[in-house]
Design a protein around this ligand. Structure first.
Ligand SMILES: NC(=O)c1ccc[n+]([C@@H]2O[C@H](COP(=O)([O-])OP(=O)(O)OC[C@H]3O[C@@H](n4cnc5c(N)ncnc54)[C@H](OP(=O)(O)O)[C@@H]3O)[C@@H](O)[C@H]2O)c1
Length: 340
């Protein structure tokens, strides 16, 4: 099986390449050659920018045809249209990496399944839906068999460790130093995290599988945890002290600094619970096999080795907020206490 990945060296892509090689596929990656490349010598590299559409389309046309193309970095309709020009009639199976943000996360029935209506409330989610439609039209028109993958949160070496507020780069350092950790709301929001190498297996074993043509699949972690549990388990996994979690209402956080908490507003304030059932029916090789504790230890080891752990001293805002919030709570309790 002759497979081309657009992207290839990033977080999810690296897991896909590893699983494809284990399947015996011949793998080519197309990227700019900027991201740290952990793929090894068996992989063929094509260098270029996918946004230079003319050069991209002629480069992949000159090197194809492909049994399978997996586009990991298509975010906009013009990129999707470029893919259709490049690969229609030149690939046996096209896999588009979309996202669960296409659903919009406002559902009241959990878990979200692939037929749940898509109502994205971020530009990212809306653009991914527009791309999905372009690819599904190409599939319906017989230009190329298409499969959509919708990952939820995926983590692993090559990336960071998120917290409930988003991609706070100081999270690991705060945990290690026992500094307070803000969790929005009451900490009972639900979340799933998938390890990148497990997700890679799902993509790799869907490749070329006729049963997956024309279908969309959620691809998510196997466990559902509360944000409080997520925070406690992350701390324990990396040998940090039990965290002092401070709950602050989501609406207050957004009122204080909306741009800072954009990810909280768009994603993390909603339950992120998606069903893997359809994927496990059609791609039974997929397993959320890596325990969270092992996955996060490997991720933080990679972060340490690449100096990606950012000191909490660089961002005193969180400590100032916690201090003011706790003072407000104490003063309010005192003011409202029944007078004897
Ligand atoms: N991680 C998550 O939690 C998550 C959740 C839902 C959906 N997703 C989806 O997963 C996909 C991305 O996965 P990822 O974040 O793990 O990234 P990735 O695909 O693993 O890494 C990005 C890759 O794209 C290459 N690249 C970036 N810009 C390029 C350009 N203009 N031309 C050519 N190559 C380029 C990078 O190499 P160079 O820098 O060397 O070019 C790198 O190989 C996205 O479609 C995203 O929507 C991710």
């Amino acid at each position: 099986m002759n497979v081309l990945l657009i992207g290839g060296t990033g977080l999810i892509s690296t897991g896909i390449v590893k699983a494809l090689l284990a399947r015996g596929a011949t793998v080519t990656v197309f990227n700019r050659g900027r991201t740290d490349d952990r793929l090894g010598p068996a992989v063929r590299r094509l260098q270029g920018d996918r946004n230079d559409f003319a050069a991209f389309e002629s480069a992949v046309a000159a090197t194809g045809p492909w049994d399978v193309v997996i586009d990991m970095i298509c975010f906009r309709p013009d990129q999707a249209e470029s893919d259709v020009r490049a690969f229609a009639g030149r690939c046996g199976h096209f896999i588009f990496c979309s996202t669960v943000c296409t659903y919009g996360n406002t559902q009241t029935i959990l878990p979200t399944v692939e037929t749940t209506p898509q109502n994205p409330h971020s530009a990212y989610g809306r653009d991914k839906v527009a791309c999905e439609k372009i690819f599904l039209r190409a599939h319906a028109d017989g230009k190329m068999p298409v499969t959509l993958f919708r990952p939820s949160h995926t983590y692993g070496p090559g990336g960071g460790v998120i917290n409930n507020l988003g991609w706070e780069p100081t999270f690991v350092d705060r945990l290690r130093r026992g500094l307070p950790i803000i969790v929005s709301g009451d900490g009972h929001g639900l979340w799933q995290s998938a390890f990148s190498e497990d997700v890679g297996v799902g993509f790799a074993f869907a490749a070329g599988r006729a049963r997956c043509f024309g279908e969309a699949y959620n691809i998510v972690g196997g466990e559902t945890v509360t944000w409080d549990d997520y925070t406690r388990r992350t701390a324990a996994a990396i040998g940090a002290p039990a965290p002092r979690i401070v709950h602050i209402p989501t609406d207050l956080l957004l009122a204080l600094d909306r741009p800072r908490f954009a990810a909280l507003e768009e994603i993390f304030r909603f339950h992120g619970v998606y069903a893997n059932t359809k994927l496990m029916r059609d791609v039974p090789e997929y397993r959320a096999a890596t325990p969270y504790e092992e996955g996060v230890r490997r991720t933080v080891a990679w972060m340490d080795a690449h100096q990606k752990v950012v000191s909490a001293d660089t961002d005193p805002w969180e400590d100032r907020l916690v201090e003011r919030w706790e003072r407000f709570a104490a003063e309010t309790a005192q003011a409202l206490a029944p007078r004897g």
